[in-house]
Ligand binder design. Structure first.
Ligand SMILES: Nc1nc2c(ncn2[C@@H]2O[C@H](COP(=O)(O)OP(=O)(O)OP(=O)(O)O)[C@@H](O)[C@H]2O)c(=O)[nH]1
Ligand SMILES: [Zn+2]
Length: 199
């Protein structure tokens, strides 16, 4: 595994002060970050979020997806418990990168759904892999998670890297008229556990 722990610092946020741990992957050049709060290496399951980078949603307030709202809700939930972990993984655009995500959004503007757009560009619907989580969580002393996600693939991925998911905590937030079709496609084609809105 080419992932290496680099350093830890404090990260004050509106939700509380986290510890920020940096990791780098010498093979891909990607720099991943883990935020923790409280004691997470005591062997008890840790409330956790494995968040994939979404520059548009996390930093630029995009309403095309639900990522920004999920990121905030996860940090809030961790702060409320005073204990937890958030892995911020640099696999933008479900692993296809930012420029290809913009190409995919252009295809979506012309009528494709989020899966069709990836496929038209020659990619799979979801190109992410989670091997780096093994090293990151091991470094932090975390062996089991109460995982905040609606994505069944993520639960499976954690188990593949040897992390036990003791509980799956739904993270449904950020629904708006601009991401309605996106959420429907995630539920219908990618199998996400997303409850349809009340009609
Ligand atoms: N290729 C592509 N990537 C997207 C699109 N919308 C969001 N993303 C990326 O998708 C990732 C987030 O994945 P989602 O499928 O929304 O959610 P998830 O992380 O799998 O599942 P949750 O844990 O429930 O949030 C981020 O890397 C985003 O940049 C899109 O239309 N096309
Ligand atoms: Zn997003």
């Amino acid at each position: 595994m080419s992932i290496r722990y680099v350093a830890t610092s404090k990260l004050p946020t509106p939700y509380g002060v986290f510890a920020m741990h940096g990791f780098e992957d010498s093979e891909t050049g990607k720099e991943h970050v883990a935020l923790t709060m409280g004691v997470v290496d005591d062997g008890e399951p840790v409330l956790g979020r494995v968040h994939s980078e979404c520059l548009t949603g996390d930093a630029l307030f995009s309403m095309r997806c639900d990522c920004g709202a999920q990121l905030q809700a996860a940090l809030q939930a961790i702060a409320k418990e005073g204990r937890g972990v958030l892995l911020y993984l640099r696999q933008e655009g479900r692993g296809i990168g930012l420029m290809n995500k913009i190409r995919a959004y252009k295809l979506q503007d012309a009528g494709a759904d989020t899966v069709e757009a990836n496929e038209q560009l020659g990619f799979g619907a979801d190109m992410r892999e989670y091997g780096m989580c093994e090293v990151m969580l091991k470094q932090l002393g975390i062996r089991s998670l109460r995982l905040m996600t609606n994505n069944p693939r993520k639960v499976k991925a954690m188990e593949t890297v040897g992390v036990t998911v003791t509980e799956r905590c739904p993270l449904q937030t950020g629904r708006n008229p601009h991401n309605e079709r996106y959420l429907q496609t995630k539920a219908g084609k990618l199998g996400h556990w997303i409850t349809p809105p009340e009609t």
